[in-house]
Ligand binder design. Structure first.
Ligand SMILES: C[S@@+](CC[C@H](N)C(=O)[O-])C[C@H]1O[C@@H](n2cnc3c(N)ncnc32)[C@H](O)[C@@H]1O
Length: 309
């Protein structure tokens, strides 16, 4: 099986993790194992635990990493990483990588329904055992809730018009395919704005994908828990692909890196908060020009790195 995915900022992520050959590593989003392969190559007695909620990705990675010893796999949402740690009796990590979002394999596999470029059933589930898909949102949600996610998760200016036209269309018949949805979106956006921010369906598809896979829900709390599962000197690197994700990563790392979180008006510290990490980079690392020329997905990528203190 061919699993096409260009691993974003691969070298930067590996460098960020400062890999020790006998350390324990966690790849929260193994995907096509592009990053994990490089981590595994650097280990001697160390361990690598790979998570993904997509069974196809996990099976592909198992095959790709089969020649390495001490590589473990667990199917779950990385927000449930503690289950995987318990399962393999791992107490702490020396490095954690999160490469958020979808893989090119998921986008390019038409029948997964992630792409507005292919006609397929409305799906977008990363975990194919999940019962709830994009079809349920598009066909069952109230108009105001549709408009809300299109606006909040897609930053779509015409969110209300699109939601209203979805509700009108589904009164005639259920909206079953990606192209039926694309047609409704295209009709809802005034001509002069239609192609001003990329493909007209891009933002609504992003919003649906985020909602179907609960991509932002619990991410902040999870990042804090993940940082706390690092050994002192351990590193965590997070790649994000849109401003909503990056904001959550930035805020979680800011909280963890501060010695005091009292409101500015309070003259003396009463919170007793202590920094748990240091920021390795204050500004996010972006892909090099070379990488940008090779992979369009790298354009929106931001890498943030922390170290446990
Ligand atoms: C961008 S790809 C990772 C690519 C990988 N780093 C590589 O180099 O091949 C993201 C992967 O993470 C998975 N994923 C996204 N969010 C997840 C979550 N919350 N829990 C578990 N897996 C998730 C997706 O199914 C997808 O396979």
């Amino acid at each position: 099986m061919d699993f096409k995915h260009y691993s974003v900022m691969k070298q930067e992520c590996i460098d960020a993790l400062n890999i020790k050959s006998d350390g324990n590593y966690l790849d929260c989003t193994v995907g096509g194992a592009g990053h994990s392969f490089e981590i595994a190559k650097k280990l001697k007695n160390g361990k690598l635990l790979c998570l993904d909620k997509d069974e196809v990705a996990l099976n592909f990675s198992k095959e790709k990493l089969k020649d390495f010893k001490n590589v473990m796999f667990y199917k779950c949402d990385f927000k449930d990483f503690k289950q995987a740690m318990e399962n393999y009796n791992i107490k702490k990590f020396d490095g954690i990588l999160i490469d958020l979002g979808v893989s090119s394999y998921q986008i390019d596999t038409a029948e997964r329904g992630f792409s507005y470029m292919h006609n397929a059933p409305l799906d977008m589930r990363m975990n194919q055992e999940q019962t709830f898909s994009a079809y349920d949102i598009v066909n069952k949600w109230q108009e105001k809730d549709l408009a809300k996610i299109f606006f909040e998760y897609g930053e779509e200016k015409f969110s209300r018009q699109i939601a209203s036209n979805i509700v009108k269309a589904r009164k005639q018949k259920p909206i079953e395919s990606t192209f039926e949805l694309v047609e409704i979106i295209e009709k809802s956006i005034p001509a002069k704005f239609k192609f001003s921010g990329g493909h007209p369906a891009k933002r609504v598809f992003q919003a649906l994908r985020i909602e179907v896979n609960s991509e932002l829900e619990g991410l902040y709390e999870c990042l804090i828990e993940l940082a706390r599962s690092l050994n002192v000197g351990g590193r965590m690197a997070v790649l994000s692909f849109h401003s909503l994700e990056d904001r959550i990563v930035k805020q979680a790392f800011a909280l963890l890196s501060k010695d005091c979180i009292c409101p500015p008006k309070i003259p003396i510290c009463v919170c007793n908060h202590k920094a748990e990490i240091k920021l390795i980079n204050k500004k996010p690392i972006l892909a090099t020009k070379q990488e940008l020329s090779e992979n369009s997905r790298s354009h929106s990528a931001k890498l943030r790195i922390i170290e446990k203190i």
